[in-house]
Design a protein around this ligand. Structure first.
Ligand code: GLN
Length: 227
């Protein structure tokens, strides 16, 4: 059955595959254009956008993803993936340019300014969701067809249009499956195993809390250099 692909050039690939598997969804690594065949959705993971842009071009995947997007492929960009999808990147060249947003790379500072939050995202899940921000971008403008799913302080952290989802944080690095479930629904894919636990049991470094600004904590480590 057609499922969800994860762009596998660099960055947080196995974490996304693990979350999709935990939901019982069929998933595939995408390393070349032919791997897109039959997919309903594609996740562009976090990593390093400058590196991903070069690799996408080298494999011809930039053109292939644009073509498939025009034919209805749903896309979700997490962090660097959101940068690839943005139509405008402040001070830098555009990559895929498939979503009408303006984004600023590294908008919080260096790797040391990475942090965790737990916040409500009512459109995605009734319970607050843990989020991990690693050298994250900020979404600064949304086009007319784009809706915000989460605003924090002066920026948008998650947004969508009918075909595309972007998050400046990393749901795949927390135990929550909520965003992966949400993307599967956007792709029109049923979740096969409804009994499956909503959260992975592995420990994560997130800190529970109430509001977006009140529970911001620095990361304590454990993240790889691929971000
Ligand atoms: N700062 C990275 C970039 O601009 C993104 C980091 C990430 O994906 N966690 O590409």
């Amino acid at each position: 059955m057609a499922g969800i692909g994860v762009l596998d050039l660099q960055g947080g690939v196995v974490e996304h595959l693990g979350h999709l598997a935990a939901l019982g969804l069929s998933a595939r690594r995408v390393k070349k254009a032919a791997d897109l065949a039959g997919l309903t959705g594609l996740i562009l993971p976090g990593g390093e956008s400058t590196c991903l842009i070069r690799l996408l071009r080298r494999c011809g995947l930039d053109r292939a993803i644009r073509d498939r997007a025009r034919a209805g492929l749903k896309l979700w960009g997490t962090c660097a993936g959101a940068i690839l999808l943005a139509r405008e990147v402040v001070g830098e060249a555009t990559s895929l340019g498939l979503m009408d947003i303006r984004i600023r790379r590294n908008a919080f500072g260096s790797q040391l300014d990475s942090f965790n939050l737990t916040v409500p995202v009512p459109a995605v899940d009734p319970a607050p969701i843990p989020l991990t921000f690693i050298r994250a971008p900020k979404i600064l403008r949304l086009g007319a067809a784009v809706s915000s799913l989460l605003e924090i302080d002066d920026y948008c952290a998650a947004a969508e249009d009918p075909d595309t989802l972007v998050t400046v944080f990393h749901p795949e690095l927390t135990p929550s499956l909520a965003f992966h479930r949400y993307f599967a629904a956007k792709c029109g894919l049923p979740i096969p195993n409804r009994q499956h636990p909503e959260r992975l049991s592995k420990n994560s470094s997130h800190v529970e809390g109430a509001g977006p600004s009140s529970n911001r904590t620095g990361l304590t480590g454990g993240f790889t250099s691929s971000f």
